[in-house]
Design a protein around this ligand. Sequence first.
Ligand code: MEV
Length: 435
Amino acid sequence: MKTVSGFSKMNKTQKIAWLAEQLGPEASKLVTEMVSFWHPDEKTQKRFDEFSENTLTNFDLPFGIAPNFLVNGKIQSVPMVIEESSVVAAASLGAKFWLERGGFRATVVATKKIGQVHFQWQGEKAKLLSFFEDRKEEILTSVAALTTNMEKRGGGIVDFELVDCTDKIENYWQLKLQCETCDAMGANFINSILEEMAQTLKLKIMQDKRFTAPEREVHVIMCILSNYTPECVVECSVECPIEDLGSFPNDMTARQFAEKFATAVRIAEVDPNRAVTHNKGIMNGIDAVVLATGNDFRAVEACAHAYAARSGQYRSLSSVSLENDIFKFTLRIPLAVGTVGGLTSLHPLAKTSLAILNHPSAKELMEITAATGLAQNFSAVKSLVTTGIQRGHMKLHLLNIMNQLDATPEEIEQGKQFFTDKIVSFQAVRQFLNR
Ligand code: MEV
């Protein structure tokens, strides 16, 4: 590849042509391939192009639904966008299993989000603290234009403090906000407030007579929301008498299953190696819903894992109890998602996802998303402690292997028949096709 200048100024066709030029023999395929993934409706394609920069085409991912989710008494078909085979199947199986046992109960514990103005200031600490007490209301009033609408919807700034961080970095202070952003994810709302506040802070300190000339200088490092939202948390659980868990392969009793399942989850509580994979299973479900509804999966991921490590060790996000012969499986996870604004209102399929979920509030979306994560986790651990993961997984993976080996539709059908009672492996599929 060569370097290029002015790439962003080229139109889409020019960008593709430039890339094709670099590719040599593969170029002819590139242009047709890129164009083949454009949306047939020009207006929709333009919208996709504008989501990001230097867009050449769209990258398709499967969009499916996991039906039969009973969440807080309502049946939902949950939209999921994910490329990994068996995830939607596992979520659907988990949903069906718990549909017959009372469904998922979810509660949003809190919905506050944090924003910080990080700044450096040098001077007599007591002066800054007293300044903040005196001027706090004025600083808040200075962002009224930005908060009025959110306040009308029941949100806004719910807490505001000055934090002394000088023990961590020399002269380092924070203005720390807690915000309620209602149905919006709230990143733009919080960031705009922070930038405005930083200006007010600078100005007010500069004008305040209690400070000496060198103390009048505030060095703002940055203004940004925190994607760590331990105060924006949902708890979701399923429960039933142990004997109602049913029967399991290899004559495993319901109690044996419950105990083995509980031990598997406890292992994820004490062993970070297992905890990461265990939580990855949860995020299989969570990310798929977050993506389908046009939310920010990077923020959700970053936060979930920080939360999983809040005790100082990375642990499972879900837990099990078997008290009084009741099997109870619970997921507690921070989920900063929105149902208005951003991609949720721009991406046609994100809008459709929200319509499929009957236009949920952000809180309801948190509950449904957590239920999907828990269902996914339940099915994964259930497979692991009973049949093992590979049997079900590789059967669903069969199609991917067949496609990778360029099998014809006829061969795929024959392969499905052939492998119904056999172990699927890449080697076995290749051998089958060679035969
Ligand atoms: C695979 O995507 C997810 C699992 O590894 C989760 C788990 O081990 O619990 C099956």
